[in-house]
Design a protein around this ligand. Structure first.
Ligand SMILES: NC(=O)c1ccc[n+]([C@@H]2O[C@H](COP(=O)([O-])OP(=O)(O)OC[C@H]3O[C@@H](n4cnc5c(N)ncnc54)[C@H](OP(=O)(O)O)[C@@H]3O)[C@@H](O)[C@H]2O)c1
Length: 239
């Protein structure tokens, strides 16, 4: 295992869920972590909680100027993890009722991924790598009104595989999470999903941000892995 001490890690979506859990893992390895998301106060809270060497970088992934400014402030870095998503569950809508605005907002995750990867490509060090976030729904779509969001995840998947060729030797990998207990869901939804997972999933529990973060960490730091989509879904695609 290469030493990760003083490596520079940019985590977009660090104020919550998977991003926050991943920040903790890199701090344990004495890396320098750039905590990135929209809300400065949430990032400062994470900074206080996890200790180590961190920098708070507020940025709106949907604003090209804001993204470019953030990456130019960070400068050269080694690893980028992208797990940001805006108000995802609020964008669910059955196709018959879906207005164009909701449909366009459903693709925000893709545009955020694109804006960050484009900016990052100018600053990533040789030997560095990128991990972005798709969803297990690209293999097993649900029927709960998430069609556009699933399409955004599929777009992220193919975009990232293309980049794995285009910007090699920089490595680019994709994680496809199943249902995970994070800020995407309300407390009520987390309770309902926990019960569902206990009774339905082969692993008999709902995924946690920490369980996902281990896979992000591995994909970012494994020098022989690129262009791969890793599903971490407690076995949901099996059933
Ligand atoms: N959790 C699940 O069950 C599940 C299932 C399948 C796929 N996924 C995928 O996993 C990813 C979400 O990860 P998560 O569950 O850890 O989500 P999360 O806990 O809701 O965190 C989302 C992060 O995105 C940031 N964010 C939102 N809008 C932003 C913007 N415009 N610019 C910059 N940052 C922004 C939020 O911070 P601020 O509010 O501070 O901006 C937050 O840090 C998504 O790609 C989602 O599709 C999740």
């Amino acid at each position: 295992m290469i030493s990760l001490k003083d490596k520079k890690v940019v985590i977009v979506g660090a104020s919550s869920g998977i991003g926050k859990a991943l920040a903790k893992l890199f701090i344990e390895k004495e890396s320098i972590v750039y905590l990135v998301s929209r809300t400065e106060s949430k990032l400062k809270q994470v900074q206080e909680e996890i200790g180590g060497i961190t920098h708070v970088i507020p940025m709106d992934m949907l604003n090209e100027h804001s993204v470019n400014k953030a990456f130019s402030k960070i400068g050269k870095f080694d690893f980028l993890s992208f797990s940001a998503v805006s108000d995802e569950t609020k964008l669910m809508s059955q196709i018959k009722d879906m207005d164009t605005e909701i449909a366009q907002r459903g693709m925000e995750k893709f545009w955020g991924t694109f804006n960050c990867c484009r900016a990052a490509a100018n600053y990533i060090n040789k030997g560095g790598s990128i991990v972005v976030t798709s969803s297990m729904a690209i293999y097993r779509p649900s029927k709960n009104g998430a069609s556009i969001m699933n399409a955004a995840s599929a777009a992220v998947n193919v975009f990232a595989k293309s980049l794995a060729r285009e910007i090699s030797p920089t490595r680019v990998n994709i994680i496809a999470p199943g249902v995970v207990k994070t800020g995407v869901w309300t407390e009520n939804e987390k309770t309902n999903f926990s019960e569902w997972a206990k009774n339905t999933l082969p692993v008999e529990h709902l995924g946690t941000a920490d369980e996902l973060a281990y896979t992000y960490f591995n994909a970012l730091t494994n020098p022989y892995m690129t262009g791969t989509t890793i599903t971490v879904d407690g076995g949901l695609t099996l059933i």
